[in-house]
Structure formats: structure tokens, C-alpha cells
Design a protein. Structure first.
Length: 317
């Protein structure tokens, strides 16, 4: 008994010893990535409602700072982003980022995150069906449930989100779904993401020039946009891509169901936003429906080998 006890005391005396284990490292990286992805919505909402920055400038600063951080990470790993990515993926990335920024001028953080997540998943699931995947019984139930939740959320009423902002966020979600699909099998995900972020900079700069007369900026707004790009986007993607190789694809997809929940909690505690009964019911329907689709899909294909590129398909926000 003495030997195991002395070993336990020795481990406990090491600072942060538990973080040195592979499992805890993956859990920590995954948690950081989910918080970062939720942070994108929260920082954008804070910037556009509580600071003096416009949506176009926020988008440009976010993409520029994200590009810088990702480029530095690639360089530190002695890699290169030259030739990685492509212009069509970069344009989809820009549409996502711009759509999210302009949508959050009108939408609460929780509603925006739920619409974004639902649109991303719907795009990717729809593509799977289009390319020949046949949904099972529970997947069909899940799809009906998720679509019903989305429709219920958007139906006219006192607690319905603004239509224009909702359309913008749904468009951002579709764009991110297309971006995720186009990135499958394209090489190292960090290098590809860095290359695509770099390509978005001139596109975003063009948007800022077109909207120059409406441009506004202060230090607080700049800080929110820079943090959104550098930490919530750049560092968040690096943490996620680092954790992915040690995760099963089903777990990687399912864990992202936490992002809208984290965003909703952040909206309540950081922004003082309220959550309506409609929002709660719609969230349960959308997230529950998507969970059914994910779980049955990976049960059905559980015997097949899941590659790292398949896991990359789970990367959103």
C-alpha cells in the first residue's frame, strides 16, 4: 500500500501534473477550442453593440489578425502557407465572416450562434444526401426535428429574431458549410486555413473601401476584432486541429453541440441578454435533431476507418 500512496503523493506534488497526460491535454484543447468558437459570436456582438466599430471594419480586422496568427504558427512549425488553400474557399470564408458581422448588428448572441450552427450542419448533411448518403430512420427524425426547430424559431411573433439578420446569419452558415466541405482532403488543415485567411485580406479590404463613408473605429472595437481574429479564430483553430487526431469523428462532431450553449450562457452573463421559451424549445429541437443525425451516422459507419480528413469535416466557426 505504501508504494502506490507514495507514487500518488509524488504525482500530486507536481504542478499541473494532470495536464501532462494525453487525455487531459485533448480535453483541455477541445474545451479551449469550443470556448474560442463561442467567443467569436460574443466578441462580435459586444463590438457591434457596445463599441464604435462598424461591421465591415470588424470583419477586416478580424480576418487580418487571424491571418497573422495562423501565418506565425505555420512559420514556427517550419511549414509554409504558400500555395495552401484556394480563392474559392477564401471567398466562402469571407462570406461567412462578413455575414456573421453584419448579422450580429441585429441578432442576440445565442440566436445568431444557433442559426449559424444549424445552417452549417444543414449544408453539410444536405451535401451528404446529395452525394448519395441515405439517411436512416433516426436521421430522418433528427432532420425533421431540427428543421422544425429552425422554422419555429423564425416564425413571426414577439420573440422572433429580425428577418434580415436571420437571413444574413443563415447565409454565413451556408458559406461556412461550403468552406468546410471544400477543405476536405486538401492537406494540413492549419496550413490550408492560414492560406485561406491570407487570401481573405484583400477581399475584406475591398469591402472596407466600399463602405469607407460608414466606417467607424475606436480602441475597444479594434481590441474586440483583433481578439476575435487572433484568439477566437486563429488560436482556436490551432487548438482544435491539434486535438482532432486523438478524437473519434463522432465525438468531434458531437462536442460542437456545446458551442451554441456556451454562446447562450455568455450572452446571458456578459451581455445581459434574455432567453425566451421559444429559444429554449428551438434549441432543444435543433441541437437534439442534429445529435440524432450525427450519432446514427457514425453508428452506421462505425466499422469504417475514420481518417483525419474526415474529422476535419467537423471543424466549424
Amino acid at each position: 500500500m505504501e508504494a502506490p500512496r507514495s507514487r500518488l503523493l509524488s504525482l500530486a506534488s507536481r504542478p499541473f501534473f494532470i495536464m501532462q497526460t494525453p487525455v487531459m491535454r485533448v480535453i483541455a484543447l477541445t474545451a479551449l477550442a469550443m470556448i474560442a468558437f463561442a467567443g467569436n459570436s460574443l466578441l462580435c456582438r459586444i463590438a457591434l453593440t457596445q463599441t464604435n466599430i462598424d461591421a465591415a471594419t470588424f470583419t477586416t480586422i478580424r480576418l487580418m489578425s487571424g491571418a497573422v496568427v495562423l501565418w506565425l504558427v505555420v512559420r514556427m512549425r517550419r511549414g509554409t502557407s504558400a500555395g495552401a488553400g484556394n480563392w474559392s474557399s477564401a471567398f466562402a470564408l469571407f462570406i461567412y465572416a462578413a455575414g456573421l458581422s453584419f448579422a450580429y448588428m441585429r441578432l442576440p448572441a445565442a440566436t445568431g450562434a444557433l442559426l449559424l450552427f444549424g445552417a452549417v450542419q444543414a449544408t453539410m448533411i444536405g451535401y451528404g444526401v446529395y452525394t448519395g448518403e441515405r439517411p436512416g430512420k433516426f436521421q430522418i427524425v433528427g432532420l425533421i426535428l431540427a428543421i422544425g426547430g429552425l422554422v419555429g424559431l423564425l416564425l413571426p411573433g414577439l420573440s422572433a429574431p429580425p428577418l434580415y439578420g436571420s437571413v444574413l446569419m443563415l447565409s454565413a452558415g451556408v458559406a461556412w458549410g461550403i468552406y468546410s466541405l471544400s477543405g476536405k482532403g486538401k492537406g494540413d488543415p492549419t496550413c490550408v486555413t492560414a492560406g485561406n485567411f491570407l487570401r481573405t485580406v484583400p477581399i475584406a479590404a475591398t469591402l472596407s473601401l466600399v463602405t469607407l463613408q460608414e466606417a467607424s473605429l475606436d480602441l475597444a472595437g479594434f481590441s474586440c476584432a483583433a481578439l476575435s481574429g487572433a484568439l477566437a479564430s486563429g488560436a482556436g483553430y490551432v487548438a482544435w486541429y491539434t486535438a482532432l487526431p486523438a478524437m473519434k469523428a463522432a465525438n468531434a462532431a458531437t462536442v460542437q453541440l456545446s458551442v451554441p450553449v456556451i454562446t447562450a450562457l455568455g450572452g446571458v452573463f456578459l451581455l445581459g441578454e434574455s432567453i425566451s421559451l421559444r429559444m429554449i424549445l428551438a434549441s432543444a429541437a435543433i441541437l437534439g435533431g442534429i445529435a440524432l443525425v450525427i450519432v446514427e451516422k457514425h453508428v452506421a459507419y462505425g466499422a469504417q476507418k475514420v481518417t483525419r480528413q474526415d474529422k476535419i469535416m467537423c471543424a466549424h466557426y
